[in-house]
Ligand binder design. Sequence first.
Ligand code: BTN
Length: 350
Amino acid sequence: GQREPVHKGAHQLLVTRQALTGLMMDRSRQLIEQLADGEWHSGEVLAEMLGVSRAAVWKRLQALEGLGLELEATRGKGYRLARKLELLSEQNIGAGLRQSLKYVVPVEVFSQIDSTNVYLMSGDVAPAAVFAEYQSAGRGRRGRAWCSPFGANLYFSFAWRFETMPPQLPALSLAVGVSLAETLSAKGAGGLGLKWPNDLLWQGRKLGGILIEHRGEAAGPCRVVVGVGLNLAMTSTQGAAIDQGWVSLEEILRSGGHALPSRNELATQLIARLHQCLEQFAHSGFDSFHPRWEALDVSRNQVVRIQQEKETIEGLAQGVDRSGALLVQVRGERCRFFSGEISLRVKQSA
Ligand code: BTN
């Protein structure tokens, strides 16, 4: 009826704007690719390469700074990144996965996206891996935001299909935590731990987080999206908005005399391990991960405070059960806590 033309017009506008954003992002991507080497590049050369004015280059770089990319500008020299950047590459990760897995896993890399989890939750392909250099609406657990400055860390999601919903599904995030910790330990990161339900920690500081979302009915097939955010080389400026202690893999590796591995290589290995983890989980659930999780558990035998909606409970943490529930001794009674309901704070020992 009367509304139709308005609706059509709005739709058209949206399509055009999306196409434009895509085009702009292509140019910005070219720009970052030029700057990735960490050397100085003159505004003039950059402008020529992109076929735009120097003012346009400057504007585009300002926009990238707005995404958290750290840039330096000096009159006479031009621009350079605060540090060299190895951009993620679909070809590189895809080829690596073809070598290490017997399956083909489609890989997509976005320069920017709202959230890799949101993207995969609305899709159907599985398995599938999606990475982003920047997320404008990165999601953390419990409705929090996940700080996702451009190129500083790894932000990725992995989609999987279970023929029927595994009864131990709540424990999947624990299994994923084990896989992450083991993969990174093999890279030389010593002293990693897991805090229930799924924080990856080092000396009490958060290195990474896992957000699992799923859709499907209890009886039928189930699509699961495993989202992982892993701090690689975030600067204090880039991470300024984070309201808890955090650490980057680079700092952990440096303290053990190791260098940060290639981002593409790490990305490939993490997906390969995640693939393995999900296969194993589909086959035998949490059981084979259980002892490995407990070996990494930082809260074991610690007094913990569990914040629930209305009350705070204190007790002695005693690991997890087969379903991934946290076991806590509260006033002589053993209680089980389930993921998603509560947050847990390991009490600082005085
Ligand atoms: C947590 O709160 O500890 C979980 C953080 C999970 C963040 C990752 S980053 C990639 C993926 N996309 C998102 O929006 N969130 C997850």
